[in-house]
Design a protein around this ligand. Structure first.
Ligand code: DAH
Length: 332
């Protein structure tokens, strides 16, 4: 019969093992198939019911003490092994070194925030299809009702590559979407556009736009206005002073441009062009302009970033001043 003092001697044996093999040997000694405790359990069959119950209680208590001690000792041995391994190569008591963490570029932050807004309003982003930087002249110009003699079609304003163009605006996605998505259409597309511009404080030859296209049987200028007002408030986190200016785009009628007031510089800055989709654009994509209406707008992403982050020169967004870029956080 195992006594309580046998068990306490057993426990201190377990606590003094210094390796996992010895520890496992002790487990077998007590609890293995022929272990001391196991054997006693087996011998219980000869006892009366009451004796059995009393003994089982004692044996189960011994068993759990041994198991707990083995588990605790195993943890101690494993920790010790890790400490030993670390002390061979590293001094873990040294203070940590600052890790350099990258940031999301301000342009990408603006894109992400716009994406979030339009996703919540039920728009789908077609940035992964219908979104080509190298476009046909048809998609960039002709299907958008841009006439042959339009200045954008001249060599000075547009990069031509064989029979294609580096698109001058993300509106070039409109014909693709109109031809392949069944209305109602609620689409946004983000991407790079190219213009043969001399870089200055407000122009770079490659920049980013978001194109928004909404087409349905019921759609009015007031839907356009609501969408634009709401997204501008969302992006800047407050109501901005904006103005709608009448304008001309071959692919919208009527057309407007929208400016944001910059109080510090005391001037208006244009951020987007918009309008009701021109009947000719719908017709070019095989739709009946009597049955469908739409609105569209194209936003300059760099312009939004400049206003939000208070930058005076668009080139700062593409410069090497990492402190400036790291300080740009749209989600604060
Ligand atoms: N594509 C125009 C540009 O790049 C902007 C624009 C104006 C887009 C009116 C539109 C629109 O969708 O309806 O200047």
């Amino acid at each position: 019969m195992i006594s309580a003092s046998d068990i306490s001697a057993g426990l201190s044996n377990i606590q003094s093992t210094d390796n996992l093999t010895d520890l496992d040997a002790l487990r077998v000694f007590w609890l293995g198939k022929n272990g001391l405790i196991t054997k006693e359990f087996k011998q219980m069959s000869t006892l009366s019911k009451e004796q059995k119950a009393d003994l089982a209680k004692v044996l189960n208590d011994f068993k759990s003490k041994i198991l707990d001690a083995i588990a605790a000792q195993k943890n101690t041995l494993l920790d010790r092994a890790i400490d030993q391994e670390l002390s061979k190569t590293k001094d873990v008591s040294l203070p940590s070194r600052r890790m350099h963490v990258g940031r999301i570029h301000p342009i990408t932050q603006v894109i992400n925030k716009l994406y979030h807004f339009f996703e919540l309003r039920g728009f789908t982003s077609y940035s992964h299809d219908h979104n080509f930087e190298l476009e046909s002249e048809d998609n960039n110009f002709t299907f958008l009702n841009i006439p042959e003699n339009h200045p954008a079609r001249s060599m000075q304003d547009t990069f031509f590559i064989k029979d294609k163009v580096l698109r001058t605006h993300v509106s070039a996605s409109q014909p693709r979407i109109l031809k392949s998505i069944e209305p109602p259409i609620k689409a946004v597309v983000f991407g790079r556009v190219y213009r043969s511009d001399q870089p200055d404080a407000t122009h770079v030859p490659v920049f980013h736009q978001m194109e928004c296209l909404y087409v349905d049987d019921q759609c009015s200028f007031s839907h356009l206005k609501d969408t634009i007002d709401a997204f501008i408030t969302y992006i800047f986190g407050k109501k901005m002073k904006i103005r709608y200016r009448s304008s001309y785009f071959p692919f919208t009628v009527p057309s407007v441009e929208i400016d944001v007031w910059l109080p510090q510089e005391k001037k208006w800055l244009e951020i987007l062009g918009a309008g009701m989709v021109h009947p000719e654009v719908l017709r070019n994509a095989g739709h009946d302009p009597e049955k469908l209406r739409g609105f569209a707008f194209g936003v300059g992403i760099e312009r939004l970033a400049m206003i939000y982050f208070g930058l005076s020169d668009v080139r700062q967004l593409y410069g090497a001043d990492l402190d400036l870029l790291a300080g740009c956080n749209l989600w604060q």
